[in-house]
Design a protein around this ligand. Structure first.
Ligand code: GTP
Ligand code: IMP
Ligand code: MG
Length: 340
């Protein structure tokens, strides 16, 4: 029985989608539970040569034996959820996806308020998906809950009960966070943050699992760092520098160009501490160090890459157990058997 949580260590878009797909396809948990804010997230999953962009469905959906649950802490936009049920139909998601009956709902008015707000949309650079206004209504206790929405009939469940029963039966549970440490309402670059905390403790609370039941916390870092939207970015590089290094990226949800910078060790240390990380997954190593694309063997990595990894381990005191060398789940070096 293992209960794992995966969280973003930076400002989101660390490649969580790829890591989750790999880990769930490999470890085959009984339940994959989505935590985090809501459909402001954009996770990319590449599997069998096809690419999927997801906003609410757990990224582990490619493992077709798992139940896919969305915790009460996550905001549901019924339109986005039902669209993904059709979009991913090939993977049998309709029969095994459920949302907690207490999830708060994003309504049309929340999206209008988000996009129409100079403070949220222009100053903070929000995704415009209605998450901030919906969380605000939830705090005011005026938001609707999933149990009240006719379109969600048949899709609601008691997520904490399912997860805790599953753990009692000795089964594995994988909890996926969204966004990243730097976007946490508590610990991020306030006010340029999202509308709730994004660390592992809140991810556990989102799905109704107590801290004593968590075995592993995997923090995902990209080998460089990106940020969409406004806010401080100490290691940011100029656009021409990023282009020269071939590190241009565009957002999955908004299509906005991502700001790019070098790995931020100070942020990584704080992120590992507050998340209580037990493992690090390091992604896009192939983009920072061309020549190692699709490598699956640690011994084939150059001395420069190994030194970079050792420096991260030395500073954070957390082992780098997963090294990602490409977007496909096959492009992965998995050191868990050696290091844990
Ligand atoms: P968030 O939940 O916002 O963090 O989304 P995400 O983790 O899925 O990342 P997102 O899709 O926003 O951006 C990451 C991009 O990098 C996607 O296009 C992935 O397919 C890709 N990617 C992930 N890991 C690797 C890697 O190791 N190498 C390369 N070249 N691309 C990767
Ligand atoms: P909101 O969560 O839509 O209110 O956006 C607040 C801030 O968080 C903005 O800077 C967004 O760009 C950022 N943000 C929210 N979700 C994500 C994500 O999944 N990846 C990257 N940035 C995000
Ligand atoms: Mg993303």
């Amino acid at each position: 029985m293992t209960c794992s949580i995966l969280v973003g260590g930076g400002w989101g878009d660390e490649g969580k989608g790829k890591c989750i797909t790999y880990l769930c396809n490999y470890d085959k948990p009984n339940i994959i539970a989505r935590a985090g804010v809501g459909p402001n997230a954009g996770h990319s999953v590449e599997f069998n040569g096809e690419k999927y962009g997801l906003r609410l469905t757990p990224s582990g959906f490619v493992h077709t034996e798992s139940r896919l649950l969305i915790g009460a802490g996550v905001l549901i936009d019924p339109e986005v959820f039902l669209h993904e049920m059709d979009y991913l139909n090939k993977y049998n998601v309709k029969e095994r996806s459920f949302v907690d009956y207490r999830c708060a709902i994003i309504e049309e008015d929340h999206k209008v308020r988000d996009k129409g707000s100079d403070h949220l949309y222009k100053k903070i650079g929000s995704t415009g998906t209605g998450c901030g206004p919906a969380n605000s209504d939830r705090v005011m206790r005026t938001a609707k809950l999933a149990a009240e929405i006719p379109e969600l009939e048949g899709y609601t469940t008691n997520v904490p009960q399912e997860i805790n029963d599953s753990l009692d039966n000795g089964e594995d549970v994988f909890i996926e966070g969204s966004q990243g440490f730097g976007l946490s309402l508590y610990y991020g670059t306030y006010p340029f943050v999202t509308s709730k905390d994004t660390t592992a403790s809140t991810a556990a609370a989102d799905v109704g699992v107590g801290p004593t039941r968590i075995d592993e916390v995997i923090a995902v870092f990209k080998s460089y760092i990106t940020r969409v939207g406004e806010g401080p970015f100490p290691t940011e590089m100029t656009q021409p520098e990023a282009e020269k290094m071939n590190l241009e990226e565009y957002g999955t949800v908004t299509g906005r160009r991502r700001r790019v910078g070098l790995f931020d060790m100070e942020m990584a240390k704080e992120s590992c501490m507050i998340n209580g990380a037990t493992q690090i997954a390091l992604t896009c190593v192939d983009r920072l160090f061309p020549g190692c694309e699709r490598t699956t063997d640690y011994s084939e990595l150059s001395g420069e890459i190994k030194r970079f990894i050792e420096e991260i381990e030395g500073e954070t005191k957390v082992p780098v157990t997963i090294i990602s060398t490409g977007p496909d789940l096959e492009d992965t070096i998995d050191l868990r058997d050696e290091l844990l």
